[in-house]
Write a protein that binds this ligand. Structure first.
Ligand code: MG
Length: 384
């Protein structure tokens, strides 16, 4: 029985994690639920799963029969919790992740910012206190699964990418992409921010940084391959040139389930792939000229320190401006590049320096968005 605290229970990964918990029955017990502002859904989840603890940004509106309100850190440190599934968005997941790792617990990590921004601090806490990080994202879960039973060196990690909805678009066409088009991901069903990040390929860039921290592989040994069928979720190449890949239907409940049951494998509610249908698997390189966010994320990751935090803050602000219709789709990369160029790295990367870098990049983008985007548009017109 895995006693699970689910942080971010009302979000996309959170609700799918509860589907997995229903499916797994006695193998999983939900001992704490944390949601943000969707108090109606959180109350319904509490009524169904009877957790002992809950957290909400609007606790007065939660009808938590028998459950006690607690902070995220209290939940993550609670004695009755074996696994903390961190599915919150943004940086709210950082402190609870550290609290759980410092108590030697397992953190099933679905949140990207935690590792992207504070990878060094998180990995160090896990080593020092014997906590365990288990990835939930499909790519990292795939690599995690490929590495089971392998103790030797890794030659390369090959992260697969669907390419997103605009992979065939020209640079020109990308400038006129609408919010509705960008929110319609061809394969995965996810929250709004990550769907836009998938369309710009920023999401893949953040995954490169996460993979670096999770598996201790240098940036120049992590490659991204476009694989539109989304059946291979990532691959690992070993020094002898042999490659292991993990395949399954593109359904988030599968990596969530593995994170909760590993090393055990138990039947899933999703039907396995059919191998009697004929199908092709294709692979192609990423065009970083049309999708500069991937290049920017790699650069920020390799620069290290507070650069990845500046990347996250700038992207958060830029995506929010795009969703409000204030900047074009291609403006996202332009704003992120501007914020990275303007960023001055702090000495050392303390949690405080990381949060400051994120906040500063976020305000910079929000304050200067129009002029930067206009300037960029004028430059591209001049080039044509
Ligand atoms: Mg992913």
């Amino acid at each position: 029985m895995n006693r699970v605290a689910l942080l971010g229970s009302t979000g996309s990964v959170g609700t799918q994690a509860l589907d997995v918990a229903r499916h797994l029955g006695d193998r999983v017990r939900i001992v704490a639920l944390a949601g943000g502002r969707n108090t109606g859904l959180l109350s319904a989840q509490i009524a169904e799963f009877h957790p002992r603890l809950y957290h909400s940004l609007l606790p007065d509106r939660v009808t938590g029969l028998g459950a006690r309100a607690a902070t995220l850190e209290e939940i993550a440190s609670d004695e009755d919790v074996d696994t903390v599934l961190v599915a919150t968005s943004g940086t709210a997941g950082l402190e609870p992740t550290l609290a759980a790792l410092r108590r030697g617990k397992t953190v099933a990590l679905a949140n990207k910012e935690v590792l992207v921004m504070a990878g060094g601090i998180v990995v160090e806490a896990a080593h020092r206190f014997g906590g365990r990080l288990v990835p939930v994202d499909s790519e990292h879960s795939a690599i995690f699964q490929c590495l089971r039973g392998e103790d030797g060196p890794i030659a390369r990690l090959l992260l697969t990418a669907s390419g997103g909805p605009f992979y065939r678009y020209t640079s020109e066409r990308l400038t006129s992409v609408s919010v509705a088009e960008a929110l319609a991901h061809p394969v995965w069903s996810m929250g709004q921010k990550i769907t836009i990040d998938s369309a710009t390929l920023m999401n893949k860039g953040l995954e490169v940084i996460e993979a670096h921290w999770l598996f201790g592989v240098p940036f120049d040994c992590i490659e991204v391959v476009v694989h539109p069928q989304c059946l291979i979720h990532s691959m690992v190449e070993f020094p002898d040139g042999s490659v292991k890949a993990q395949m399954s239907p593109p359904d988030m409940t599968l990596p969530i389930q593995y994170a909760l049951t590993c090393p055990d494998r138990v039947p899933a509610r999703t039907a396995p792939l059919s191998w009697t249908d004929s199908r092709s698997l294709t692979f192609e390189p990423v065009d970083v000229t049309r999708f500069p966010c991937l290049r920017l994320a790699r650069q920020a990751g390799a620069a290290g320190g507070t650069y990845p935090a500046a990347l996250c803050g700038a992207d958060e602000a830029a995506v929010s401006l795009f969703l409000k219709g204030r900047i074009p789709f291609t403006g996202i990369a332009r704003l992120v590049e501007y914020a990275l160029n303007a960023h001055r790295a702090a000495d050392g990367a303390s949690l405080e320096a990381i949060r400051n870098a994120e906040r500063q990049a976020c305000s910079l983008v929000t304050a200067h968005s129009e002029e930067i985007v206009m300037e960029g548009a004028a430059q591209s017109r001049a080039r044509l």
